[in-house]
Design a protein around this ligand. Structure first.
Ligand code: PMP
Length: 457
């Protein structure tokens, strides 16, 4: 690799001079310097200082099959040699996107049988938004175009995806959101329940905020509700069990389409192929990306339910939408192989029956009693730790996010990559983690909390 001719200092200086990073305060980064990650294997990443770090975030919630998968490298090289690129416009296709679409139709819920490709989750959500609005227009109801979303939702960074998302800071920098998107409360029991409110009642209240928004807009004007089964980047906010059945009841009652964003929860993280299956949700669209290729190639797939697909095919004419890399043959070849690996190694069953429950239990046992920990929650291989100054009163540290950033730095120094989201620490590891890997991670989380405690008090 040519980068090996450069020293670490040179690489950092070059990065500082030219590279604008995503979601970054550049002045701060340029003062602090960046970490250069140079290789990875199994559950570990290695930086240019030679540190071995257990990757508790699977890259960015995406490396589901873990690092160092030669099979994925080989299938990509083979496809590149044979046919590195051809498009699927103009009545053409290449073999791998067709085969992948067939495979996705097999593993998706029964009523979902069509796939539209992009390269990122953001693009897939742009497609989803256009598609649901187009669906209602084709059905002769173009006024039915308001989409209800939630605070703290993350649906991506394009203008449409940011508009769909519920991140205040991102909206402040939008300078003109896509119109007709409304946001309601999210089901964040730990943070937002009233004193004495049961989890069940809170879940119903949060779902009924969607109903209120539909009634306020007029059901004839509402196209769809969009939600992540578990809000990921918003802080691994897991809805109470009463929430999703009530959301479905409401969507059916008012004939509002249900769009599920499974960019994080898809491809095994929930313990099933999709959280729709774990949670018994019947969505009209499922947005997927990330784990589809385990991050080895950029690829997203919007899974489209029969109701929308039939209208699009039968009444739609040409759908004026698509990307150069929709159905990229190399990315689709890698996805096919990646799904094959997951099946062959039983990674999803392992999350469902073993490592998923074990991660939650090990974290609760290992750090639940720590003075900085307000709550531990988990869903499949997703976990969150609420950080508080005071366990009883749930008082937080000021300013928001300051303590979790300190904990994250200690975690990395202890050899564990984890993420801090406002006042919450997040884990979203590769599905290859075993009980031993989880034990190692929990020990490092504890060490990070202890280290941060000494610094914060
Ligand atoms: N939806 C969800 C739920 C996500 O978590 C993300 C990315 N973290 C996206 C959409 C956007 O995906 P991408 O970054 O690939 O555009």
């Amino acid at each position: 690799m040519t980068y090996q001719n450069y020293s670490q200092e040179q690489l950092r200086a070059i990065d500082n001079a030219h590279h604008l990073h995503p979601f970054t305060d550049h002045k701060d980064l340029r003062e602090a310097g960046t970490r250069v990650v140079v290789r990875a294997d199994g559950p570990f990443v290695y930086d240019s200082d030679g540190n071995e770090i257990l990757d508790g975030m699977a890259g960015l919630w995406c490396v589901n099959a873990g690092y160092g998968r030669d099979e994925l490298v080989e299938v990509a090289a083979e496809q590149m040699r044979e046919l590195p690129y051809y498009n699927s416009f103009f009545r053409c296709t290449t073999p791998t996107p067709s085969l992948l679409a067939q495979k996705l139709a097999q593993i998706a819920p029964d009523h979902i049988n069509q796939v539209f490709y992009g390269s990122s989750g953001s693009e897939a959500n742009d497609t989803a938004l256009r598609l649901v609005r187009h669906y209602w227009a084709l059905e002769g109801r173009p006024e039915k175009n308001i989409v209800i979303s939630r605070k703290w939702a993350y649906h991506g960074s394009t203008i449409a995806a940011t508009s769909l998302g519920g991140m205040e800071a991102m909206h402040e920098q939008l300078y003109g959101a896509v119109p007709n998107i409304r946001h309601v409360m999210c089901p964040y029991f730990y943070g937002d329940a009233k004193a004495g409110e049961s989890e069940h009642d809170f879940g119903l209240r949060a779902a009924r905020a969607v109903e209120d928004a539909i009634l306020e807009a007029g059901a004839d004007n509402v196209a769809a509700f969009i939600g992540e089964p578990v809000q990921g980047a918003g802080g691994v906010k897991i809805a109470p069990a009463s929430y999703w059945p009530e959301i479905q009841r409401i969507c059916r009652k008012y004939d509002v389409l249900l769009m599920l964003d499974e960019v994080i929860t898809g491809y095994g993280r929930s313990g099933e192929w999709f959280a729709a299956q774990s949670m018994d949700i019947k969505p009209d669209t499922i947005t997927t990306a990330k784990g589809l290729t385990s991050g080895y190639q950029p690829l997203s797939a919007l899974l489209v339910g029969d109701r929308i697909a039939e209208t699009l095919v039968e009444k739609g004419g040409e759908f004026y939408h698509g990307y150069t890399y929709s159905g990229h043959p190399v990315a689709c070849a890698v996805a096919l192989k990646n799904l094959e690996i997951m099946e062959r190694e039983g990674l999803i069953e392992r999350v469902r029956d073993d490592t998923g429950p074990y991660l939650g239990e090990a974290l609760r046992q290992g750090v639940g009693d720590h003075p900085l920990v307000g709550e531990v929650r988990s869903f499949g291989l997703l976990a969150a730790i609420e950080i508080v100054r005071d366990k009883q009163s749930r008082e937080r540290f000021e300013p928001v996010g300051s303590a979790p950033n300190v904990i994250r730095d200690h975690a990395i120094a202890s050899g564990l990559m984890m993420r801090a989201v406002t006042d919450t620490m997040i884990l979203s590891p590769p599905l290859i983690w075993t009980r031993e890997t989880i034990d190692m991670a929990v020990e490092r989380v504890r060490k990070a909390l202890d280290g941060a405690m000494a610094e914060l008090s």
